[in-house]
Design a protein around this ligand. Structure first.
Ligand SMILES: CC(C)(COP(=O)(O)OP(=O)(O)OC[C@H]1O[C@@H](n2cnc3c(N)ncnc32)[C@H](O)[C@@H]1OP(=O)(O)O)[C@@H](O)C(=O)NCCC(=O)NCCS
Length: 160
């Protein structure tokens, strides 16, 4: 029997809306990512949810749960979903926030009836891949995406 994942008291979480474009662009820029797309298009299309984490009231991290993807092996609108765009702003990194966010996203997915979660990591991003492997993710497949080669990992979730 799983339980709802709770974040530390100084951390609050909310779902992003179209009004958060600028905030999401700032978080992306802080880790050197392109701001051409923030993921809000998929949110507006009902294909994903983006969560924003505040630490002591300041935006510190964000992450998306994608329910439907062009590749149904990754997210099929039913029991398979994908975590993407995991960002912890540099000044908040290395304090366990990325780990907390990952556990929170898995818990949210589980509550929504997802039993298999995938995650994509750009091939050179060894550190992020190691973080996911430590949390039970194993190799699913490699794909060549528009922005470069990506390793997809996956993990089974228990019933909530
Ligand atoms: C990858 C990323 C999300 C991880 O976030 P994070 O908050 O730094 O992650 P954590 O703090 O949970 O874990 C990072 C390290 O801190 C360590 N750590 C965990 N809890 C800790 C704590 N309480 N105190 C100190 N260190 C801690 C972990 O052991 C981990 O060690 P590692 O360097 O061997 O991985 C973040 O680095 C990031 O946004 N990177 C840029 C964007 C990116 O690459 N995103 C992933 C796309 S797939």
């Amino acid at each position: 029997v799983g339980k709802v994942h709770e974040l530390p008291a100084s951390v609050s979480v909310r779902e992003a809306s179209s009004d958060d474009r600028h905030l999401l662009e700032k978080l992306r820029a802080s880790v050197g990512w392109s701001t051409a797309e923030t993921g809000l298009t998929a949110v507006e299309a009902g294909r994903s949810v983006i969560y924003i984490l505040n630490v002591d009231g300041e935006p510190a991290a964000s992450g998306a749960l994608v329910f439907r993807n062009d590749d149904p092996e990754l997210a099929d609108g039913a029991s398979r979903a994908m975590i993407s765009n995991l960002i912890v702003s540099p000044r908040y990194q290395d304090h366990g926030l990325g780990t907390e966010l990952l556990a929170f996203l898995e818990s949210e997915a589980q509550q929504r009836g997802i039993d298999r979660i995938a995650i994509g990591v750009d091939k050179p991003n060894v550190r992020a891949r190691q973080l996911y492997e430590r949390h039970g993710y194993t190799h699913l497949k490699d794909k060549s995406e528009l922005w470069g080669p990506v390793n997809y990992l996956w993990k089974m979730l228990g019933r909530p």
